[in-house]
Design a protein around this ligand. Sequence first.
Ligand code: S3P
Ligand code: PEP
Length: 447
Amino acid sequence: MTDHPASPRSFSASLPLKGRIAIPGDKSISHRALMLSALAVGESRVTGLLEGHDVLATAAAMRAMGAGIERRDDGEWRIHGVGVGGLLQPREALDMGNSGTSTRLLMGLVASHPITATFTGDASLSGRPMGRVIEPLSQMGADIGASPGGRLPLMVRGLAPAIPLAYRLPMASAQVKSAVLLAGLNTPGITEVIEPVPTRDHSERMLCGFGADLEVETDADGTRHIRIRGEAELKPQTIVVPGDPSSAAFFIVAALIVPGSDITVANVGLNPTRAGLIEILQAMGGDIELLDARDVGGEPVADLRVRHSALKGIDVDPAVAPSMIDEFPILFVAAALAEGRTVTTGLDELRVKESDRLSVMATGLKAIGARVEESEDGLIIDGTGGDPLPGGATIAGHLDHRICMSFAIAGLVSTTPVTVDDMAPVATSFPDFEVLLAGLQGAAGAP
Ligand SMILES: O=C(O)C1=C[C@@H](OP(=O)(O)O)[C@@H](O)[C@H](O)C1
Ligand SMILES: C=C(OP(=O)(O)O)C(=O)O
């Protein structure tokens, strides 16, 4: 992803979206399935793995550290783990591409193994702060040399045995939590993460599934204490990865705002630590019906029927933010079409994603005629009440897949087409995005 030819695309006013699509595998769960399988003793099998560039970067890194990872023709992945403590010294730098999750979680794994690894990434990832993981991992004994500002490229020299730590998260970050827990896997004794604000819990769920000794205690005020006993032996698993709610979000919002739409989005993961967007869109008046609620691979899943709706602006409670942190760009598009004002606050974490998502969304939405004001930690948006946006601008995607997809959807409700300067980054999380979109548009035109 570092250097690629740009793929500009224009998106224009759409016919109603109709039909049914299945959402590909969850990115967060896919990363963890590969990492934990690579640390189990024996062969794990994973189906539904997201085959986006971010997850493939994790697969390549785990291979470079000794795991056997292959994809069969039927789409199942087979992973031969090396056992906790068994990671090998990679011969070359680990190229993390655009992926913050790969970088931060793998830094955690390397930190408690007797190996040294260099991490590199694309221009977006090289601008993101790694100090948040460097700090706790250094306290556990890892020696980390980073570029100025705690950025990539950086080198982690692990320490084995590492020093167990009790670490209180200074920001709501599942990546930091997971980095410390993964370092704790090969650390003698108990490593504890204290989490004042709950974030996605896929690491905890999957570590338990692989047989790690992990317990969670919740204080009366909601603070979670997650304790893992190290030097664990992980048992290989068969994993089915549920669909990614963060990918589903683009089609859910698209159906809500494109007049006449009625779609079913199948296989959507609804882990409560990820499902905040559904709650907010329903509170805005979105017609979203949950069908066939079930359990897939230890995670709640349902099919969602979504129909065009007259949305109303809302004050989004910042407490919901961690459970929809990647969905704000597309929520801002929904808000731009709603009637009245939407106010978001407490979103400073959005400034350190693949791009500064507050500033990039504010600039782009203004360019296509939305009424938006940027504050220090959120956006204030006055919607059109369902009228189309003027559109007619070229949007810089800043190597941020979620920005690119958000403006693609905005184009569907714009009078003049919206051009995204480069859709290539979408392949990091959702390679089939445009194919699925075309399918829903095609179904509308079908007899
Ligand atoms: O742990 C994870 O898989 C992720 C955690 C979140 O990041 P932070 O931990 O930085 O909030 C999220 O934005 C990212 O897309 C995936
Ligand atoms: C923030 C994201 O991912 P990462 O941090 O893994 O790059 C995302 O997918 O929106």
